[in-house]
Design a binder for this molecule. Sequence first.
Ligand SMILES: CC(C)(COP(=O)(O)OP(=O)(O)OC[C@H]1O[C@@H](n2cnc3c(N)ncnc32)[C@H](O)[C@@H]1OP(=O)(O)O)[C@@H](O)C(=O)NCCC(=O)NCCS
Length: 283
Amino acid sequence: MGGATVRRLQRRDVERAIELTDLEQWGYAPADVERLLALSPAGCFAAEADGRVVGVMATTSYGKVAYLGSVVVDPGHRGHGIGNAMMRAALDHLDGSGVETVRLNAYTDVVPFYEALGFSREYDNIRWEGGRAVGATARARFAAWEDLDALVAFDEVHFGGSRRVLLERLLSEFPGTFLVAEDPDTILGYLVGNTVSQACEIGPWVVEPGNERVAADLFFGLMAVSNRPTYAFSAPAVHPEPHALARAVRYREGFRSIRMVRGPARHGGNPGAIWSFGGLEKG
Ligand SMILES: CC(C)(COP(=O)(O)OP(=O)(O)OC[C@H]1O[C@@H](n2cnc3c(N)ncnc32)[C@H](O)[C@@H]1OP(=O)(O)O)[C@@H](O)C(=O)NCCC(=O)NCCS
């Protein structure tokens, strides 16, 4: 592995993590890396060579299912087994902490790297990017702490695991862009806008299937309460409605990614309810 060692990522590594992820133009702000560390302090890793961090990655666990991502190695150190060593450390950590299924969203050209580590393809995802759009927002309202238990239960059905840690964190970080819709007291959907950067990343965005109007209310509701030059989201290709909405508001199609799984293909949720992931790296 070219003399590199793998250790836990620490808060003091945040700035370097941003330098590395900026090389790939992933648009991370320090708050995004700090969030990954807060969600899984023992599950984020750094590779170090000659006293310098040359690779980072993160995992996020939701009980028996975990997601991993933000895998990047400094270009000058690629091809020496560092990425593979970080992944092995991460998978050992997950295997040892009761996780039975691990998922990720891979760039199409990196799929063989993950296949060699035991991952196989599930489905394609499409990313969309565009500006602020205006439309009806009838059912969208701000989420409140009193909604949390119902939100977690609703989300668990569609996501395939309990994202309580994530939803709690997002509600405390983004109370002004965490929206929910209900009918009249059953949750039909929710959406979170991550506004730490100028480009707003939408997700999680989860809607009970058959409620496209509710999904649109949440989408336009976010635009009504935030003012960002660009918005982006990623959804499973097998779920046509998010892509139809993206085309209707003239969003540009971005890159495709491949959702992959390692271990039993359980806890996969319902892609027909997913309008956007909670982030390609955290499921
Ligand atoms: C993907 C990445 C993390 C791999 O790190 P790395 O340290 O270069 O990988 P390793 O040297 O450990 O490679 C392990 C194996 O995967 C293969 N591999 C590495 N990158 C690959 C890629 N992009 N496509 C196909 N195979 C790849 C290697 O050839 C090697 O195979 P071998 O064992 O048969 O020789 C690194 O290339 C990178 O940072 N890329 C840019 C960011 C990125 O795309 N991240 C993944 C987002 S999904």
